[in-house]
Design a protein around this ligand. Sequence first.
Ligand code: EPZ
Length: 417
Amino acid sequence: MGKFIIEGGVPLKGKVRISGAKNSALPLMAACLLTEGRCQLKNVPQLVDIITMKKVLEGLGSVIERENEGLKIDCTSLSNYEAPYELVRMMRASILVLGPLLARLGRARVSLPGGCAIGRRPVDLHLKGLVQMGAKIEVREGYIEAYAKRGLKGDNIYLDLPSVGATENIMLAASVARGVTVIEGASRAPEIIELATFLRKMGAKIEGVGTDSIRVEGVRELHPASYSIIPDRIEAGTLLIAGAITGGEVVLKEILPHHLGIVLAKLREMGMEIEVKDNQIRILGNHPRPVKIKTLPYPGFPTDLQPQMTSLACLAQGTSIITETVFEDRFAHIAELQRMGAQIERKGQMVIVKGVPFLEGTIVKASDIRGGAALVLAGLAARGVTQICDIHHIDRGYERLEEKLSRLGARIKRVEE
Ligand code: EPZ
């Protein structure tokens, strides 16, 4: 178990390159299961979650080589259809192999992911969509037992909410199902667009991505393709907030600004100066003004930046209101921020953050990826030294975060316990 030791109070300055997007790389890795032959993914971040997905695919019989910043994934000879509990419990996104395995092999056995630090996180919408496409699904002893001996058939599927994972799983299965599948109430997130673009390169027929109605015309088979992963919009947002909370001047390189529209708008509302030029964003941090934020499915404010913005709001000149509508319990970071002197009151899905003049470094604990990142940001701004324990949570979603921050002048070091 490792920890970060941060000496706060240093305004960050400099340029940083954003890594490839974890939440785009994971579904694209699962998509490789749909075809024989070797796919190539470039700009894949070196993260614990990517390593876990690599183990899941290798357990199914895939042959995967890492080369430079990419992966070569060959799923020609799948010899297994089970994603085991010990891997799925480490990373919920393992559930994304369910649709492809059913489509490819007509059989899948995937451990129920179980909840995590941010909520129950059921997969009922994934299962409901696949059953509508003809799969027979039972849940037995903590495992999803899924069968589709006669293959899958297209159908009109209505999602009760725009679940990113359910949209991905159904789109993956529908790409080689018999007939047409329409997903109504689909997620509009960039990661959905990226998955559809990769599937199209493999020969899939998909339209409507980016809207809430996606139409997939199943094809007999797909072929391998290569693809470069987009920059990680959540890492980008996290580093922008790092520049903001330390009153520094940070430039992000090689990013897609249009994926961060509402995030830039909210940072501007809080008084930050932001300049967007081509694929770069420059932020000049000022003493933050209070803000009202409500997380919503894309293009609404991303839930994955809610904890980080809460840290920034702790130092605002006034009272901010932050409401989390996507996950029912994404507030583990609040108690830790309170230990640093933050004035935060939780009322159901809302937190009322009364700005304080400063936060004080102390020992705190990460309990999920983005909550951990929020504590790093608070530590960068706090007086004195902050020790963040259980940073393995952070390593799941950020590639060498301490190196990126150190290059911007932060006094942060990793200590392996
Ligand atoms: C993806 O998770 C991301 N993970 C999450 O990022 C992100 O927070 C989330 O989308 C929302 O944007 C990956 O892409 C690997 P959902 P996912 O299905 O697909 C409920 C991070 O930190 N729901 O859109 O699991 C669910 O409980 C992670 O990188 C159902 O009720 O999110 C949640 O309340 C955290 N039934 C809401 O929908 C279902 O069948 C949104 O979940 C599925 C979801």
